[in-house]
Design a protein around this ligand. Sequence first.
Ligand code: FME
Ligand code: ZN
Ligand code: ZN
Length: 416
Amino acid sequence: QEVQEPEPITRYKQYLRFKTAHPNPNYTAPVSFLLTQAQSIGIQSKILEFVPNKLLLLLTWPGSNPSLPSILFNSHLDSVPAEPDKWAHPPFSAFHSPETGQIFARGAQDDKCISMQYLEAIRNLKLTKKFQPIRTIHVSYVPDEEIGAADGMAKFVESEEFRELNVGFVMDEGQASTNDDFRVFYADRAPWNLKIKAVGVPGHGSRMFDNSAMENLMKSVEMITRFRDTQFDLVKAGKAANSEVISVNPVYLKAGTPSPTGFVMNMQPSEAEAGFNIRLPPTADPDLLRKRIAEEWAPSMRNMTYEIIQLGPLRDYKGRPLMTLTNDSNPWWSVFKQAITAAGGKLAKPEILASTTDARFMRELGIPTLGFSPMSNTPILLHDHNEHLKDTVYLRGIEIYESVVSSLSSFVEASQ
Ligand SMILES: CSCC[C@H](NC=O)C(=O)O
Ligand SMILES: [Zn+2]
Ligand SMILES: [Zn+2]
């Protein structure tokens, strides 16, 4: 006997089928789909385009007291690439297993689930429950989160359009939890790209001499590896979470002169380079790390040069670390926590996110922002093969957001 599929599941699967993977994400099709959804719910919409073809969709459900700071629910439109050969089902097919209820797609967890759950929650509140928000609710769909957001959220937060929203509190993406509790994130780690470059004495591949570029680079790599071990040891010893230490991971090596003799590797190169992905928790001292890089990892003494590329802000406009308070001094936190409890959910201890999201741009403005994706009892599959989410978990998430949206938009006591 055929059971009718719930409409939210059908819509989620439709949304999962848009090919939003980098390097060529389709933004027009998902934006027009979301726009149609917004129209069917009867909320306002506006397409912004700060950079050509980098579409940003902004939806608005006006509150009865529009003078109060608004609530923003953010998610990103883009996805990381997928390797179809390594998936059990094509990554943009949204294959739905009749046995397990799992829905497979790139973006199923990161973060197309929340993109659609926000809308389903608003649909239910507005059309079925006839709920009327007090604070205005905005929903944003931004491009390019996965590639650093320079043409996405970074542009949006600097715009007049954003300023006019008068945002008081933001919800952005989080991560799946493998147990019953929902995870919530009060900070991200800040991303640095570090390039170190060595120059040195070139020469015949058979010679032993001091100060070759490779020797200089390898010395630095060893030093960096030792630092990495100190951080990783803290994690292994259970003294810190992964996201609470500085991670430094080598991501490329570039050196070597093509051999003129074809197959004999007999050139010792005069230049060598390595690249590292660094993530700094908000508690880390960036100046200390800068000093370490300058003095130990790429010292001019060894003819090394380096470049630190920082992607996004490190501190807020008042010079404070980018962290949202998760205690009762932050009334938004209390309302959020209460909303989860009211929906029968349980929150894990608030965490720092190991990776990086667009939340940092709102925190930079001093706007309290929590990372949250209501996925419990779910394997963490963001950026992984066979990314999927169970239909029941997805539907439960809609109920959770109904509670969160209605609570936050009804909250008027403080911080007006
Ligand atoms: C360097 S900004 C890129 C942001 C990206 N976000 C999700 O994976 C990340 O690498 O964490
Ligand atoms: Zn994401
Ligand atoms: Zn991602």
